[in-house]
Design a protein around this ligand. Structure first.
Ligand SMILES: [Zn+2]
Length: 183
């Protein structure tokens, strides 16, 4: 059991490291060189149409056709949530090429979403979204500028605003990168 756990942890760490590199390369190719990441330009460059509509059930969806795709976003959710959804669907677009249709349920639909979020593909798409919207290099540089050992709630809020993401997403990303202490 322990051996397996260790392998899993290693695999997970390697995946995280690879994801940072994958996103960095994508950002270069797509010309992303400022914060907040401009998803309109990104999707336009990729030829992906983004359509918004209100929904009780869904946060977003991705419909792939040949080399391009359409992303649907629930515009009843907050702006930062919509951005995260678009980036999440881009994660499916780049990482999960063997499947053509992805439907992501809203968080409040517990019956559906809890089942769904547990799958590796969903976790990967969420990690992709976080990495895509909060690039490691930019974040490290911003946090270094603060020159503090611990990042306060206020600073998390400021960073969230700068990157145009939710406070929760920013907090999680900082913890995940191990940046909450020691920089
Ligand atoms: Zn998804």
């Amino acid at each position: 059991m322990k051996f397996n756990d260790k392998n899993m942890a290693l695999k997970y760490k390697k995946y995280n490291e690879n994801l940072e590199q994958v996103v960095e390369k994508l950002h270069q190719e797509l010309g992303v060189n400022s914060i907040p990441v401009n998803l309109e330009i990104v999707t336009e460059k990729l030829g992906i149409r983004v359509k918004t509509a209100p929904s009780e059930e869904f946060s977003g969806l991705l419909l792939r056709k040949n080399d391009t795709a359409m992303i649907g976003v629930n515009n009843e959710e907050s702006q930062v949530r919509q951005r995260f959804t678009i980036a999440h669907e881009l994660g499916h677009f780049f990482l999960h090429k063997t499947k053509d249709t992805f439907v992501d349920y809203r968080d409040n639909k517990i019956n559906n979403s809890s089942e769904f979020v547990r799958t590796d593909a969903e976790k990967q798409a969420n990690m992709f979204a976080a990495t895509f919207l909060m690039p490691k290099g930019y974040l490290i540089s911003d946090i270094k500028k603060m020159a503090k050992l611990e990042i306060s709630e206020l600073e998390i809020g400021k960073l969230a605003k700068k990157y145009d993401v939710s406070r929760d997403a920013m907090n999680y990303r900082i913890l995940n990168l191990g940046l909450s202490k020691g920089i």
